[in-house]
Design a protein around this ligand. Sequence first.
Ligand SMILES: O=C(O)CCC(=O)C(=O)O
Ligand SMILES: [Fe+2]
Length: 348
Amino acid sequence: MSTTATIEAEASLLALKLQNGQIVSYKSNVAKDTGEIPIVDIQGIFSDNIEDRKAVAQEVREAASRIGFFYAVNHGINPEYKEDTFEQARRFFALPMEEKMKVWTGLMPNEYVGYHPLKGYNRNQRKYNDLSEAFNWAYDAQFDPGAVDKDRPSISIWPEDLTGFKQTLYAYHSQLLVLARKMTQIFALALHMPEDYFDEYVKRPEAGMRILHYPEQEASADDQNGIGAHTDFECFTMVTQDDCGGLEVLSKYGEWVRAPPVPGALVVNIADCFMRQTNDFFVSTVHRVINKSGKERYSCPFFFGFDREMMLEPVPSCVSEENPMKYPVMSSGEYYKWRANRAKNSEY
Ligand SMILES: O=C(O)CCC(=O)C(=O)O
Ligand SMILES: [Fe+2]
């Protein structure tokens, strides 16, 4: 089956068909600095005073419903975790191809874990394949300080002879997991729901993480992406960037907006499960990376979503008789499996 590359939709609009079936249009392929992505100081989420937590939730509500992206600062995670993770990323991606292919994601049907080779995908049907490689791993109850079920097996695959690799990556994963559960409560407040509304959904969360390596790109942005335009699958993502830049976000006005690194910040973005559950109130915004920094870029997204067993029922504050649910209800697990398969299918 052939899918759309960049097509001339109208006289001056460009369009893309995404892996989730959505068609998006934009005015120009050139990104701008518009300052549309807000910086949210999230320190108040740790306060014992509900009013402090609600104040952060209000800013999150605005960002999540307008552009679907924000920078979270004062999140409390020691920057050493990031540095240690990037050191492991450099070590892993420098391995010979045959070593990396021992944990190839193709060995794990229906799952997104393992190694995704350089130029393995062409998400937007560009002239050259996407110039990035990645290693993904999944939630492991052994490394979850809040685990309800420590013996639950994890689905990840790990390289054998890389001492300290798994431990270092999970050290950061655990920190982000704790923050993500807290942020889930803030998202509940942001939706004008009780703070514990999603607690049951995240006891056994979907909490995948990945390290990515983007070599310096020589081809033009019209001919190649680092990672092509896409939306994420889960509820929300927290991205750790290095200082190269290159992340771009598609605004609802059809403009590519740069999301440059902000020191110490995590980039938080809404993903498709949250958009579905909030009946499009939260927006899962299309994004991509093009590394024109002249340096090797590394990044580390943490994807947080609901227990695979839970149904993606609409959030009550987001539906009404006048605004009925737009999406069929399915379990998170069914949705992830569908998306993982589409993402790994090179036709898209
Ligand atoms: O590398 C980044 O900054 C973002 C990567 C990304 O969007 C993804 O892996 O889904
Ligand atoms: Fe993404």
